[in-house]
Structure formats: C-alpha cells, structure tokens
Design a protein around this ligand. Sequence first.
Ligand code: MN
Length: 730
Amino acid sequence: METFEAHYASMQDAIAKHLPGADMELIDRAVEYANAKHRYQKRKDGSPYIIHPLAVAQIVAEMGLDSDAILGALLHDCIEDTDASHEDIEKLFGVTVAELVEGVTKLTRANFSTSEQAQMENLRKMFMAMSKDIRVVLIKIADRLHNMRTMQYQSASKQISKCQETMDIYAPLAHRLGMQRIKWELEDLSLRYLAPQAYQEITSYLDSHKEQDEHFMAAIQDRITERLTRVGIVNKTYGRIKHVYSIYRKMQSQGKTMDELYDIYAFRVIVDTIPDCYNVLGHVHDLFNLVPGRFKDYISTPKPNMYQSLHTTVIGSQGIPFEVQIRTWDMHETAEYGIAAHWKYKQGSGGGTEKDFEWVRRLLESQQDSDAEEFVQSLKIDMFDDEVFVYTPKGRIVSLPAGSTPIDFAYAIHSGVGNSMIGAKVNNRIANIDTTLHNGDIVEIMTSKSSKGPSRDWLTICKSNQARTKIKQWFKKEKREENILHGRSSFEAEMKRVGLPLSALFEEDLEPHLLRKLSFDNWDDMYAAIGYGGLTATKAVGRIRDDVNKAIRAQVTEKQPQSLLRMRPDSEAVLQNRHAVNGVIVEDIDSCMIKFAKCCTPVPGDAICGFITKGYGVSVHRADCPNAQNRDDPRQAARWVRVRWATQEEQPFDTTLELDCITRDGLVLDVATVMTTSRVRVKELNAKDLPNGRSAITVRFEVKNVAELETIRKKLLNIRDVVGSRRGQN
Ligand code: MN
C-alpha cells in the first residue's frame, strides 16, 4: 500500500526542483485541508485518498506550473467529493485557487464521451472552452494521468471507458499542448487496457530484446558522442525505443509483426544552440547512410504545438534504420512539457488573467497549419466567452453563440425542428425555450406536427443569426400570403367602418403620401404587418384618415372627372388593341409590368383576369383561380382589370403541374422521360414523399398554350402509378 509520507516526499522533491521559491507553508496548509476533507474517503486500492491529490500536485509541479496550480491540484477534488465549498477555498487560499478548483470540478462533472468520431474535435474544444484558464486543463490532465497510472484497481468496464476517453480527449489535448511525454504515457497506459493482447505482445518482445537493443543503442550513441566531442560540440546524446503505442500504430498501419518492424529506435542529440543543431545534422549524415525523404526541419517550420527539432532517419552499419532528433535544450523542454514549459517565463506577472495568455496566443498564431488555426480558436481565452457547446440527446455536440437558447439549438439542428418546436428539455428537465444554455448541457427539443410554427417573439429571444434568419424566412414564406390576406381584410373592414373609400389608397397623387405616412413601401407589406400583429388596423387607418378626408374634400370641390369615388365601368367593354406585354394585353393600360400569378400559373387559352398589385404591376390570374373570386366585391373591384391574351404571339409560358402518385422507384425518371420526349423545357422537378405511400411530384415547365399543356398532362397521367394531376400551386 502506498503511503502518505512517500507521496508527500516526492511532491516536495518535485516542488523543490521546479519551483524552488514556492511557499511550502501554504502548500502544507492545503495538504492538511485536503487530507481533513477527504479523511473518510479511500482510494480503490485501500490507500488514503490524499495520495491522489499529492500525486497530481507532483505532476503539476513537474510540469513547471506555479504555486496556485499546485494548490489547485491539491484541492482539485474537494468541491466535487467533500463538503468544501468554493467560498471556503476562496477564503483560505484566494480567488485564483478557488477558480482553478471550480474549473476542474466542472470538467469532472461534464460528460466527454461520444460515439461519433467526427465530434471529437468539438468535444476537445468544449473541454478547452469550459476551462477558462489553461491551468485548469493542465491540472485535469495531471489528474487523468495519475488515474491512468492507477487504473488497475478499477473495474473492467470503467477501465475501457476511461481509457477510451483518454485516447479521445486527453492524449490529443496533451499533444496539442505540446506535452509529448505525458501524451506518450497516456497512450501507452490506455493501450494496455484497450488492446491488452497487442500491448502484451509488444512489451514482452521489447523485454526479451532488451539486451540486444541496449547494446545496439549504446554503440550508436558512442559513435555520435565521440564524433561530436571531437569536433567540440557540447551535447547530450541518448537512444530510446519508441513508445509502445507508436509501435502498435506502426504495426497496424503497415500490417507487420514486431519482428518485421524496424524503425523503432530513436536517438536524441541535445545541444546548446540552433547552429549546433545543423552542425550535428551534418555529422550524423556523415557517420551514417541517409534514408532519403525522411529529413524534416521543424526548427524553421515548427509544428502547430510549438514542437521544434530536426528529424532525420539514417541506417547504421547493421542495416537497421533509426531516427535522430536534434534540438536545443529549450526545444527539448518545450517538447517534453509543451505549453506548461513556458509557464515559468511569465511567472511573476500575477493572476490568471487574459493578458497572461498573450504569449500562448502569439505562439499559436504564428503557426500556419490550418489545424493550428482551429486550435487557436479553441484556445484563445477570449474565445471562451462567445461560444457554448451543448449536446443532443444522442451525444452529438452543437456549438452555438454564447447566451443561446433552446430556440437557437433547435434551428441549429434543422429548420424543420425549429419550426415545429413546442418545448424543450435541458438536462432531462422541462425548460423554458428562452433558457440560457451552458457548456455541456444536454438539450432535447420537443416537436409536434400540429405546431403552428415559430412565434414572433422568438426573434428577440434567440441569439444566433442562423435561428433569426430561419425564423424570418418562415414568416416570409409560410405566413406572408396568409398575413396579407388577414391584414387586408381587417384593414379594409376598418376603412369601411370609418367611411373611407378604398379607391383613395390607389389614387396617383395620394398613394405615395399615404404609404410614407404609414412607413411602408407598398400596401402588401402593410397588410402583412397587420397580419403579423405588428400593427393594428385601427392604428393604420387612424394615421391616414385625416389625409384621405382632406383629399376627398378637395376633389369634390374641384369636381374632377376622375373622382376618387368613381367606380370602374362594369360593362363588357371591348378590349382595345393595346401593346402586349409577356403575351398579355391589359385594358386601359398601355404598358405595364405583367406577372403570372404563382397560385394558378395561367397559360394562353385560359380565361384570365388581372389584378393591379402595388409595386409589381399587373398580376394575371386564371378566371377560375380561387384568389380571383372576389372581383365583384366593391372593395376589390377597383384593382381588378380586364386582360386578354395577345393571340398573335407564341411565347412560351411557365406552368406547374402537381402529380399525385403512388410512391415507387423510378417514377421521377419516368416523369422526366415524358417531359423530354414531349420536347418541353422543364424548369423544376421536385418529388416529395407523403404519408400512406403517396408522393407528390411537381413539375414546372414551359408550354406555348393550353392545348400543349393538356397533351402533356395526358401523357403524364398515362404513367403507371400517376393517379392524379393538378394545376398551379407553387
Ligand atoms: Mn482527481
């Protein structure tokens, strides 16, 4: 059983070595405090719990972190496992230490497992984002390292899940932070439980070849040292076997057994200066045969994680290839401890404020790799504030702007989810849809087919542009027509109630003035606003009432023939031969914009009528279109005009057919074939599956006239499983 004394002594040694000025009295108080708090807890092996915080503090000291981090490490499990509170720790050890402990606690509570490989990067980002202070990450890595070292006491299932998490999160993070030694150790410890057989095979092979390997490495080491010493380069040279996991990966990727695998030896030459690195390279290439294509200069181009060294692979006299890594002591320190190694350079600048991380950012931003760029995004301290990472119930991670709500989440999943949302659960509890989401929350959106769609106030609740845009789109697309209809009828009813003629609205002199008064560009926009509830009809009419009355009075006195109160002649006046626009002639209007109504897409031969829209010219409907049935309504009459087809022209027209079909493979192809063989231009072809094995195929295409349209319609209806057809409806 491991003892308190032994662990305390090793921690003390590490602190004395790496942080000689540390306040041991304060550290001792933290040890005592943690020991007292954890006194009823035991490690899985039966030893006192305090051994774990001591070991973590030792690792943190070895990383070269400051005393706050060491105190944080000693106290890291206090909030999670004991009755100690944030306030207690703050009172005794200061704000910074309390925040470090709080940060580690948050990471301990979060769930960092997902089955989706693609989500790993987000998971790691979330981990970083939750940490706020890089020391929190480093303490958590130290915590995991000690837990991995003592993994043998855990149950088999816990071993697997912890090791998987270590491989997915902790080892890559250690790598990103440039902490090679810790990364290797985490990988090797994980492999031991994740692939025990392979691990066993590799380690026992290495054991049985130990003597041979050592002999080989000593010979190489001697040759290099001897040469460098002779030419006056101060150096430390040593050989090592690559770590077990990297050998395992080589075996996997090359499909080889241990025996067939070479390139498992690596030598390191550590020197004082960068010029010496390049000199050493020359001597190594002089002593051994170079393996072409294996030289890498990470000194002039450092790796994204700040790693610098020269790498070259050469072959010794026995024909065995090996790698030589050449670096300065500074580079070595960085390679071993990564970001933590830089900690000491900024010590004394106080507190874990954003400014302290300036150097991290500078270092990382100087890297060009896209990988590095992404990493900078995840590491930047100020970035922590503007993103939040949450889970779907299936464990997918969604990143949202900070302050986001379930509404933002729903629209981030899919606009269909957002539009049919009726409620939300956060961490399995019903939550308001305006709840602010936090890192690590599990969010579930409840939807219903009978949902009436988003509500207007969602626009002010949501934080993401994505959600806002999608909600607006919905209102524009799904509701505009409806809003215009509703808005128009309540507006017109109000006009009637106060005794104002509708035709006044469209009087040439008055209209722009009225619209300006109402602050709308056209009537439809105003109707839509009334329809949404953004404006009441009473208010709208109230705003223009006086102006309309004034205008009427003025006109009555002037007795203008084109009176505001004039009704359109209802007689069957013969259409004059006017200029045709888009193949349509409009009564009384020589040249105006013509558009074909999307609701009924008329084609030549159809009986048609025209509606004067404001801003879009005349909209042409089929006479039998449901939207054209209010022509006799006196309130509408002013805007309906007689139109006819200009028969002499044979321009193509767009029309739409909706086919009602029984779903089957190849149906769309059959439809497309009919269209092609009929030599019509198809502009759009959509198929969508409906419930009950039905599907709707919509074709928009060009035809010259109704006769042609009818021919095509018949051909389409002859296709097997096409059971019906309908015109229009875009
Ligand atoms: Mn712990």
